[in-house]
Design a protein around this ligand. Structure first.
Ligand SMILES: CC(C)(COP(=O)(O)OP(=O)(O)OC[C@H]1O[C@@H](n2cnc3c(N)ncnc32)[C@H](O)[C@@H]1OP(=O)(O)O)[C@@H](O)C(=O)NCCC(=O)NCCS
Length: 164
């Protein structure tokens, strides 16, 4: 199967991106997407050139996955520009374990590096060893955790960091 990795089209892709994100998290114990992710804010950040969302498109035109990252802190001058955070990565359960998540991540890193990003971090539930290992395998190092950082029960967050 041939997969293309592209920036999303804000005019055409939003519903499909939201659908694939929801599908990917429907199989996780995380809080519901609406509790911790705001698609309108994602669009605002992309329009302001402070965020990037990629889609993985299968050869039957299915959107198989998505990833979104943004400037970590827009008010911190140079540091804000150089440090980004991945907020969400989701692959439709139908398409997982085929390398799509890894390629979305690699493409994202490639594109933000060109924009001058030097540090990428991400976070996930502290006990979500599958996702933590996904990022470790892709070169992200453990960078500590914050108690009760996220919504829901037992939702302390583990942080991971990669120098690009
Ligand atoms: C985390 C997530 C994005 C990973 O996406 P993915 O496409 O399954 O990722 P990959 O296929 O690149 O890697 C997953 C596994 O498949 C393996 N894999 C990669 N290509 C493969 C292939 N061609 N054949 C078989 N296995 C393969 C990887 O080695 C990895 O194995 P591991 O779990 O033993 O480490 C996806 O599982 C997901 O959407 N999860 C739910 C949402 C979520 O928790 N998102 C992350 C936090 S925001």
């Amino acid at each position: 199967m041939e997969i293309k990795f592209l920036e999303i089209d804000l005019e055409k892709d939003l519903i499909a991106i939201e659908t694939v994100a929801k599908k990917s998290f429907s199989v996780t114990p995380d809080a519901t997407l609406a509790e911790w992710f705001n698609f309108d804010y994602m669009v605002k950040m992309i329009k302001e050139d402070r965020g990037l969302c990629l889609k993985a498109v299968a050869d039957n035109n299915d959107i198989a996955g998505m990833i979104f990252a943004l400037q970590e802190s827009p008010i911190n001058g140079k540091e804000g520009v150089e440090k980004w955070v991945i907020i969400i990565a989701g692959v439709d359960p139908k398409y997982t374990n085929q390398g799509i998540g890894t390629l979305l991540l690699q493409k994202l890193e490639e594109l933000v590096k060109v924009r001058g990003v030097k540090k990428m971090f991400t976070y996930t539930n502290k006990d979500d060893i599958k996702v933590i290992n996904f990022y470790r395998k892709n070169g992200y190092e453990d960078a500590g955790w914050i108690k009760d950082y996220q919504y829901g029960k037992d939702n302390s967050a583990a942080f991971l960091l990669k120098s690009l």
